[in-house]
Write a protein that binds this ligand. Structure first.
Ligand code: GLP
Length: 249
C-alpha cells in the first residue's frame, strides 16, 4: 500500500488489489464508528463496496464493531422499483450488510423507489439527512463515466437529492445485474452533488481498469462536469482508495 498526499484536501491510498482496498476502507469506517458510535454513515451500492461490507459484517460478528447506534443513509435508488425487488438498492443493502450486522433497520435509509410522489420523497430525504446532523463519512463508488451516486455527466451539477434520468451508457453498464437492458429502470432518485458535499468526509472507492479514465481525470484536478467525480477536488476532506489496476500504467 502506498499513501500519497495529492493536495491538501485529497489523500490517495493505492492498494495492491481489491482485497486490500476493501480492508483499507473497512478500517476507516471502523475507526469512525469507534470515534463516534452513533455516527451517520453514507453508503453506496455497486460491486465495489461489497468487500468492505463483508469485512464490516465479519468485524461485527467478532464484536469489534457495534452498529447498534449507527444510522445509515444511502446515496441512491432506481425509480421506479419496489424495495423488495432483488435489483433494488434497498434489497442489495439488506443482503450485503444490514441483515448481517446488529443495526436497527429503522435507522437505515434508502430513497424509496416506490414513492408515489418521487419529488416529495427527494425533498424529505434531503431534510432527513439534515435532521440527522449530516453525514460523518460518505462512501462513494464511481461509474465508468465518472458518475457519483447517479449524478450523471451534466452541465449543471448543483442539485440536492433529486429524480434523474440515467444515461444510455449507465443503463448499458448496469444491465449486467438485470435480465436485459430493457429491464433497467430509466430513472433514479439520487443524492445530488450538493448533498454529497455536505458530508464531513468522503471516501471514494475505485477498482479495476474500467475506472482508469474517470479516476485519472479526478487526479488531474481539473473540474469537468462531464466527469462528475472531478468535483470532489473541491471538497475539503476526500480519501481515494484505489487498486493498481485502476491507475494508468
Ligand atoms: C451504480 C451506482 C453508483 C456506483 C456505480 C459503480 O451506478 N449508482 O453509486 O458507484 O454503480 O458501480 P460498481 O462499483 O459496480 O462499478
Amino acid at each position: 500500500m502506498k499513501v500519497k498526499i495529492c493536495k491538501k484536501n485529497m489523500k490517495v491510498i493505492v492498494c495492491e488489489d481489491y482485497e486490500e482496498l476493501s480492508r483499507q476502507s473497512a478500517e476507516l469506517i471502523e475507526k469512525q464508528i469507534h470515534l463516534r458510535p452513533n455516527s451517520v454513515l453514507g453508503l453506496a451500492t455497486g460491486s465495489t463496496p461489497i468487500g468492505t461490507y463483508r469485512i464490516l459484517a465479519e468485524r461485527n460478528k467478532t464484536g469489534v464493531i457495534d452498529f447498534s447506534e449507527i444510522t445509515t443513509v444511502n446515496l441512491d435508488e432506481y425509480y421506479p422499483i419496489s424495495p423488495t425487488d432483488p435489483q433494488s438498492y434497498r434489497y442489495f443493502m439488506n443482503e450485503q450488510l444490514f441483515s448481517k450486522v446488529n443495526i436497527d433497520i429503522d435507522r437505515t435509509f434508502v430513497p424509496d423507489g416506490s414513492a408515489v410522489d418521487p419529488i416529495k420523497e427527494c425533498i424529505e430525504y434531503e431534510e432527513r439527512i439534515d435532521r440527522l446532523g449530516g453525514i460523518d463519512i460518505q462512501i462513494l463508488g464511481i461509474g465508468v463515466n465518472g458518475h457519483i451516486g447517479f449524478n450523471e455527466p451534466d452541465l449543471s451539477l448543483n442539485a440536492y437529492t433529486h429524480l434523474t434520468d440515467l444515461t444510455p451508457s449507465t443503463i448499458a453498464v448496469n444491465s449486467r445485474f438485470f435480465k436485459s437492458e430493457d429491464d433497467v429502470p430509466k430513472k433514479a432518485i439520487t443524492m445530488g452533488m450538493a448533498s454529497i458535499f455536505k458530508a464531513r468526509q468522503i471516501i471514494l472507492l475505485a477498482s479495476g481498469s474500467s475506472k482508469t479514465k474517470a479516476v485519472t481525470k479526478v487526479l488531474e484536478g481539473d473540474i469537468d462536469t462531464s466527469c462528475p467525480a472531478t468535483l470532489l477536488n473541491l471538497h475539503p476532506n476526500v480519501i481515494i482508495i484505489c487498486d493498481r489496476d485502476c491507475l494508468p500504467n
